[in-house]
Design a protein around this ligand. Structure first.
Ligand code: DX5
Ligand code: ZN
Length: 222
């Protein structure tokens, strides 16, 4: 599939989500951060807002569920228009059933790991997934500093994905910018979430292009 850029709408103007989506026509996805103030100490948006955005956006929606009980909520986000649904493994009660449920509804199933969660216990789960998200900040807020100590896990996850086969994408989220994207690409990531870097730029769509070019240049993938 190659390098993909998924700007996080958390850094967009929530009063003008349609207009903000139109500022980034070059984005492959719109990354939507759902937070419940239980799994993370922040509260953002839920099914109705995602549904409203999906109705007007050209880009597919990449929903990142930072919530307790994703098993219960994931189907509703697909019905609302999410094309990809990411649940946190730390919150999922029955991840195999959840991933299968997501795929059965024709969405992409993805598993996210917080910075301190290792990938190795979940290697047998990979074949159930379409994407793994390695968080490079503690989830909860945009604009945080990239955690370099997550890079070895990105590398190890890339190796496990190569061993598993298929076309499972490897996403990174948190502190991704022109300064840090090369390290992530070298480690084997191929889908890049960027919030403050994109929406903090004068021309967000130019930043999408710059991030993509930089990641392509440094990618360790063929
Ligand atoms: C953080 C969210 C991220 C966040 C990224 O918990 O999952 O998607 O919006 O923002 P930046 O790119 O500013 O770190
Ligand atoms: Zn996110």
């Amino acid at each position: 599939m190659g390098i993909q850029i998924s700007p996080s709408m958390l850094s967009a103007d929530f009063a003008n989500l349609e207009a903000e989506a139109k500022r980034i026509p070059g984005a492959d996805w719109l990354h939507v951060d759902v937070m419940d103030n239980h799994f993370v100490p922040n509260l953002t948006l839920g099914v109705p807002v995602l549904e409203a955005l999906a109705r007007v956006a050209e880009q597919p929606i990449d929903a990142h569920l930072m919530i307790e009980d994703p098993d219960r909520w994931a189907p509703a986000f697909i019905d609302a228009g999410a094309t990809s649904v990411t649940f946190h493994i730390e919150a999922a009660k029955d991840p195999v059933r959840l991933a299968r449920q997501i795929r059965a509804k024709d969405a992409r199933a993805a598993m996210a790991l917080k910075p301190a969660t290792p990938i190795e216990p979940y290697k047998d789960l990979l074949r159930e997934l379409d994407m793994v998200l390695i968080m490079t900040v503690e989830p909860g807020f945009g604009g945080q500093k990239f955690l370099d100590n997550c890079l070895p896990k990105i590398r190890r996850t890339r190796q496990l994905l190569d061993k598993t086969g298929g076309d499972i994408w490897l996403q990174v989220d948190g502190g991704v910018s022109l300064e840090t994207i090369d390290r992530c690409a070298e480690a084997g990531a191929d889908v890049f979430v960027a919030g403050s870097a994109v929406f903090g730029a004068d021309v967000p769509d130019d930043m999408v292009t710059e991030l993509r070019t930089r990641a392509q240049h440094h990618s360790c993938l063929g």
